[in-house]
Design a protein around this ligand. Sequence first.
Ligand SMILES: *Cc1c(COP(=O)(O)O)cnc(C)c1O
Length: 388
Amino acid sequence: MADIFSIDREYIAPTYARFPVALENGKGSIVFDVDGKEYIDMGSGIAVTSFGIADDEWVSAVSEQLSKLQHTSNLYYTSPCGKLAKLLCERTGMKKVFFSNSGAEANECAIKVARKYSAEKHGQDCYTIVTLQNSFHGRTLTTLSATGQDHYHELFKPLTPGFIHTPANDLESLEKLLDSVKVAGVMLECVQGEGGVLPLDKEFVVGVRKLTQDRDIPMIVDEVQTGNGRSGELYAYMNFGVMPDIVSTAKGLGGGLPIGATMLCEKMQSVLSAGDHGSTFGGNPVCCAGAVSIIERIDENLLSDVRKKSEYIFKTLENVKGVESVSGMGLMIGIKTEKSASDIVKKCMEKGVLCLTAKDKVRLLPALNIPFDLLEKAVSVLVEVIEE
Ligand SMILES: *Cc1c(COP(=O)(O)O)cnc(C)c1O
């Protein structure tokens, strides 16, 4: 392990505060480090490995495509990307999909669509995108600009102009803003993930939909982390009874391969035309084949299991001494503890459970199909560490 650490430290740009663990292989929700130590994975690579590590169906979907054709560019047709787009549209009611490679890129596309739509509809001076304070939308300069947390901005100014941040769950402030500034889009996460696993109030999300609909302003929902079954519905907005105009997603979509998707409703479907946007790797057939095997299996059975597991975690943790609050939705859970979250994560790791943090909380993002007995075991270790 020492060698892996030292080579990494010597040659990898020091942008990550890695945990002192080098992972080697795994199966489902079990992962092993290079010394053979076993862990229960409660992080899924930050909500990415939706069906766990080296999931059989996913591996065979990916390998089958990999041995046929790994890349074509977007100059040609391939079947997996159309198949995935059709599946996503059928499951959401959206009409068109643009594929990219990451969450930030999915959001970049969403912002471009909203800006083009609004410029054509409301004039060239209509370009401002409103996002929420404490949001997270990515690391590119434009999605950093969209991110409503100043500490991410400080070293990289000037950022892309035309972004305003408004407080979450405050419809009055948003309405005032929409009355005073020409707004080209409102973008939000239904559960602020990096911001501390905070679900928005239902009245707020419904209110945003009404305010934007009345003014013909595109509503963008960033489902990069909350999407693909994570919230207990296929997409988190489905828990709020709203239909957005644009939905971006990534993380769990590919089950472990990089893919981003921007879904467009009927009104947005023909905003972009040939040449307006593109991506060399976007819609890569191997990533799309993997994603098809994920989305096809996120059915009502699986979602109901996700909700049951969620309820179990909430119920078990809420009454533990040392737990101040439990927040989140589905298998996206934040736990505010009296002790520091990073100490708890460290102790859990020593005891063979991999957890994450979000701000000052312990964050759990297990695979959607984590077996109940492993979940119980992991939660009991977490409880033990919180209580000790
Ligand atoms: C992770 C995340 C992103 C950025 O995704 P990348 O794939 O890292 O570019 C954007 N929005 C939300 C809500 C996220 O959680």
